[in-house]
Design a protein around this ligand. Structure first.
Ligand code: NDP
Ligand code: OXD
Length: 315
């Protein structure tokens, strides 16, 4: 019974944490798999396609990420339970990221940074939080936590999901029918959707042009986008075009169509874009490993696994 760690980043840290948690555990790190028959569980982030198929006794796959789009893109993914990572460590970090960037755009930091670059001391009027409408696309584990963090500041919150939600202090919108109304009164859009066939490319020119069309406080310079979901949700060139056309005023982007973001991308040097390297919620290896060992234990004891991925739904 061995645990295989196959991760495109931090694999050694996960292995070290697993050995520290359970000294008796047989931990292998890809590509040094050893006898493939020994592996019963795989803890993975972007493993090479086909790797898991070659493990004949695999009984459980645990995704190091909350998002499983790259795993589901593997046509050879074995038909065993797939659990995704859901944990206060990840959730707390994401709530921080969203709150940080909502505050950044609400408090007109793009303009203050530009003024600072010219050594200009200038007052800019700012609305209060309760005069700013924040729309969250994806009201699952992370979207709900972000809403709760933002609620503490008093923002007017709206959320959009596939199905109706009842979250305290958040107006709920859902499905294609609810999207227009959701966008029309959203000043700052925070995106925490999974990447699925239904959401791929949803953040395009057309969507940006529908943002904040009604009742925006005149002290806000224009709509802002925060995407910490997946790069495949957005069309990078549409973001640049919307910024230049004024449909978007500013953006904070943690994810991109291609990662690392190519040096040729105009987003790197756009004065109204904040680029972060897909680190909105980089969880501690110890938290990920503790979670993985708990799932292995639950499976051994015949208890239900937590946060099973619905493969047909895609998240
Ligand atoms: P959840 O599965 O808990 O929530 C997903 C939400 O998206 C749900 O509210 C769901 O609606 C909604 N949704 C899914 N498909 C659609 C659709 N077609 N139309 C409208 N709404 C839809 O996921 P998490 O909150 O845990 O994570 C969200 C994503 O965040 C991950 O998939 C991952 O891509 C990304 N992420 C990024 C990180 C980073 O560092 N940048 C870190 C961690 C995650 P419903 O509830 O109605 O089904
Ligand atoms: C995740 C991520 O999905 O870090 O957890 O992107």
């Amino acid at each position: 019974m061995a645990l295989l760690i196959a991760s495109s980043s931090r694999a050694d840290l996960f292995a070290e944490a697993a050995r520290a948690c359970d000294g008796d555990l047989d931990v292998r790190v890809a590509p040094d798999i050893g006898r493939r028959e020994d592996v019963t569980c795989a803890l993975v982030w972007q493993p090479p396609q086909g790797l898991l198929k070659g493990l004949p006794n695999l009984r459980l796959i645990i995704s190091i990420g909350a998002g499983v789009d790259s795993l589901l893109a593997d046509p050879t993914l074995p038909d065993v339970p797939l659990v995704r990572f859901v944990d206060p460590d990840l959730t707390g970090r994401m709530a921080e990221y969203v709150a940080l960037h909502v505050l950044f755009h609400h408090r007109r930091m793009t303009e203050f940074r530009e003024l600072q670059s010219r050594k200009v001391w200038k007052y800019l009027p700012e609305p209060a939080a309760h005069e700013v409408r924040v729309g969250i696309m994806g009201l699952g584990v992370l979207g709900t936590a972000a809403a709760s963090a933002l609620g503490a500041f008093g923002y007017r919150l709206r959320g959009w999901a596939r199905t109706p939600k009842s979250v305290a202090g958040v107006s709920s919108f859902c499905g294609a029918d609810g999207l227009d109304a959701f966008l029309a009164e959203t000043d700052i859009l925070a995106v925490l959707l999974p990447l699925t066939p239904a959401t791929r490319g949803i953040l395009d020119r057309k969507l940006f042009s529908r943002l904040s069309q009604q009742g925006r406080d005149a002290r806000l310079p224009g709509p802002a986008l925060i995407n910490a979901g997946r790069g495949g949700l957005q069309i990078d060139t549409d973001i640049a075009a919307a910024l230049d056309a004024g449909d978007l005023y500013a953006a904070s982007l943690d994810v991109f169509e291609a990662e690392p973001l190519p040096a040729t991308s105009p987003l790197w040097s756009h004065p109204r874009v904040v680029v972060t390297p897909h680190n909105a919620a980089e969880s501690a290896p110890s938290a990920i490993v503790r979670y993985a060992l708990r799932q292995m234990q639950r499976q051994r004891c015949g208890e239900p696994l937590e946060n099973l991925v619905d493969i047909r739904r895609g998240y």
